[in-house]
Design a protein around this ligand. Structure first.
Ligand code: PMP
Length: 358
């Protein structure tokens, strides 16, 4: 009987949280504000030729390179950031190599590591859920070939210090260190996270990944960005499929990058919304993690499940993270628009009270 490779047969099926999503979906950290009207206008103006021809990602790489202050050779555009991560994992991890990351973090890291048959080495964060820098450094071995760190992190919303991240990059010169900056645009709370893009010139083993799925509101169009040393990006370009990014999103890229005021207004609203959530959780006396992202993680303990169910009855979906190591009893809530927050905040209050009673 036909069988796939052992590592593929051993994968657990991916259960998409997108199935049966009715109501306000605050469970996937999407933009509740939509996208730039200029991007929408560009979409409406697409011609038959725009879609009947194969896409040219090189134009997109020049635009993104300009925007980030990098040479186009240092930029690879990808089908969402998920593909960027997949390319790095596939390029650097052999079957017996180690993928290193700290829990809790983005669920795709272990999935992609398992898919290439790598040994997945997980370091557990402490009670504060901050990046366990010393423990990560201690687990770097000659077999460590990829280290993945989301900054700011999902699901905690916490940012790590630039100096700590650089220490990790310097301590693992034979490993590809991917700093996943999916939520970078939302930074700017007390901790002030900084990007590692300016450090790419000094570290040939460093990669920084970005996405248009969050602050730009283009999750459905699928556009990610992988940046790194030109020599390493060249290897990944050979591995990636030549037409990985579709022509529709490439046609909208210039408008998306040019509409800085859409992004900055959206980010300002997200910061205000997450402060509202944090204030409410403070009032309710529950533990939350101060967020640098477009979501907030809160610990509700034994009430978590009942809370999520009650929110669902209010037609608001939020995500139970109890199955994530270190996040037992935690729920992650995406920040909604100011108008939606007028319904979300009272619904949280009522669901919290209801969950306590149950
Ligand atoms: N990294 C992190 C930390 C994320 O949370 C996500 C999306 N939830 C991604 C990467 C993937 O984003 P994309 O939509 O660009 O594939």
């Amino acid at each position: 009987m036909l069988k796939p490779r052992e590592t593929i047969a051993a994968l657990s099926p991916y259960r998409s949280p997108i199935l049966s999503r009715e109501g306000l979906t605050l469970d996937l950290n999407e933009s509740m504000a939509g996208c730039s009207p200029h991007v929408l206008a560009r979409l409406h103006s697409l011609s038959a030729a725009d879609v009947s021809r194969y896409p040219q990602r090189e134009t997109g790489e020049r635009l993104v390179g300009n925007f980030l202050g990098l040479a186009p050779e240092q930029v690879l555009v990808t089908n969402g950031m998920d593909e960027a991560l997949s390319l790095v994992f596939t390029a650097y991890l052999d079957a017996n190599d180690e993928l290193l990351f700290a829990d809790p973090t983005f669920v795709m890291y272990p999935m992609l590591g398992a898919a290439v048959g790598a040994k997945v080495v997980r370091v557990q964060s402490g009670e504060d859920l901050a990046l366990p820098v010393a423990d990560l450094l201690a687990r770097i071995s000659p077999r460590t070939r990829v280290i993945a760190i989301a900054n700011p992190n999902n699901p905690t919303g916490l940012a790590a210090e630039r100096a700590d991240l650089l220490k990790i990059v310097e301590s693992a010169p034979n490993a590809a260190v991917v700093i996943d900056e999916a939520y970078f645009e939302f930074c700017g709370g007390a901790l002030k996270c900084s990007t590692l893009i300016p450090d790419l010139a000094r570290y040939p083993n460093l990669f920084v990944a970005r996405t248009f799925s969050k602050a730009y509101g283009l999750a459905g169009l699928r556009l990610g960005v992988l940046t790194g040393a030109a020599g390493q990006i060249d290897y990944l370009r050979r591995l990636s499929l030549p037409f990985n990014v579709n022509s529709v999103v490439l046609a909208c890229l210039e408008e998306a990058l040019a509409d800085g005021s859409f992004v900055s207004e959206h980010v300002a609203q997200i910061r205000h919304g997450r402060e509202q959530l944090e204030r409410l959780f403070g009032e309710l006396g529950v533990r939350f993690w101060p967020s640098e992202t477009n979501f907030v993680l809160v610990r509700l303990g034994d009430s978590a499940k009942a809370f999520v169910e009650s929110m669902k009855r209010h037609r608001i979906l939020v995500r139970d993270f109890s199955a994530s190591p270190g996040c037992e009893g935690c729920v992650r809530i995406t920040v909604a628009t100011p108008k939606q927050m007028e319904e979300v905040l009272p619904a949280i209050r009522e669901s919290f009270a209801e969950a306590l009673r149950s």
